[in-house]
Design a protein around this ligand. Sequence first.
Ligand code: DNO
Length: 406
Amino acid sequence: MSMEQTWRWYGPNDPVSLWDIRQAGATGIVTALHEIAIGEVWDADKLRERKRMIEWDDSKKPAKSTGLEWTVIESIPVHDDIKLGRPGRDVYIEKYKESLRNVGEAGIKTVCYNFMPVVDWTRTDLEYELEDGARALAFDVSEFAAFEVFILKRPGAEKEYSEQQLKKARKRFDKMSDQEKKILQKNIISGLPGAQEGYTLEKFQAKLDEYKGIDSDKYRQNLAYFLREIIPVAEESGVKMAIHPDDPPKPLFGLPRIVSTEDDLKYILKIVDSVSNGLTLCTGSLAVRADNDLVGIIERLGAKINFAHLRSTQRDKDGSFHEAGHLRGDVDMYNVIVAILKEQKRRQAVYRPDFSIPMRADHGHTILDDLEKKTNPGYSAIGLLRGMAELRGLEMGIEKSGVVFR
Ligand code: DNO
């Protein structure tokens, strides 16, 4: 049994249309009501309306089924009061619960979310040029250091780098034009696709300051408080939560990051033992740490994988990385897919109805015609189509080879 092939759609303004996605061969849509402010309730009518838009083309008479289904929400963001454990959190937790009830009622089964403080996924370069002229997303440690030490001037930032790293960052910074500095700042703090907030430098520093005194222990407690409250409601509503790993999987800006390693994942799964308390297996995020054993994580925690982002990253020696082709880089995609298909088989053997794990090809390269178009970085159609086609072919080869049954 194959994985469910899904595609992230950014809504009506996405340059990639629903029919494009259908032609790419996906059947599941991953999207969010990006227009709803963080913390507010996802209204039942709005969910129904968006679901109709995805599943039926009403511009055709009579309305034509698109052959797509909205199966995953990515993401319902978690309000800062919850992350910070402020007194106001209970109000936002109640709103989150209401959203989950509405999601369940709309028949959407999976909700991906993250618990990264202040910044969601972070890259320094959205147009990193590969040898063949394709463009990829990249994270360069020296550029990141140049941003926080010399542009943001975060107090204490320099203490987190060695002298040699600082020297490299200084050199990099001195060579940057004003325009390059602006782009770097925009890439890091003005929000990549899907991240809901963009900041000015001052607002960003003020946000960081709100986290003073929150170490990883405290931050874990805040996540635990949230999960103990919402998971029973998710369960009753037939919704499975899927926490996304930190991207990159290490602390940024001196803030705690608690979803980076296998131990982190195990801790989270133990907070509430429920199929609704699950994971997004993001192979590219986890693989940025060489000590994350991806196949082992799938073998050990597979029963709780509710969603998969399949992509690969290529690490450099200094902690920098860029997004590699889906079958290249540091992720052993063959063995990852073998492990996922084995997990699906285990589920079928115990009659779990959710044996087919929704997966999407994540972060494609910008290639061909898309190089000239305005696209969402990492989400241009042709690169993702290439990624998905490669993954789908690999999956079929594995299934036909019988290796999953051995
Ligand atoms: C980036 C995405 C993330 C992800 C959120 C989940 O491409 O993987 O933005 O959607 O972290 O909440």
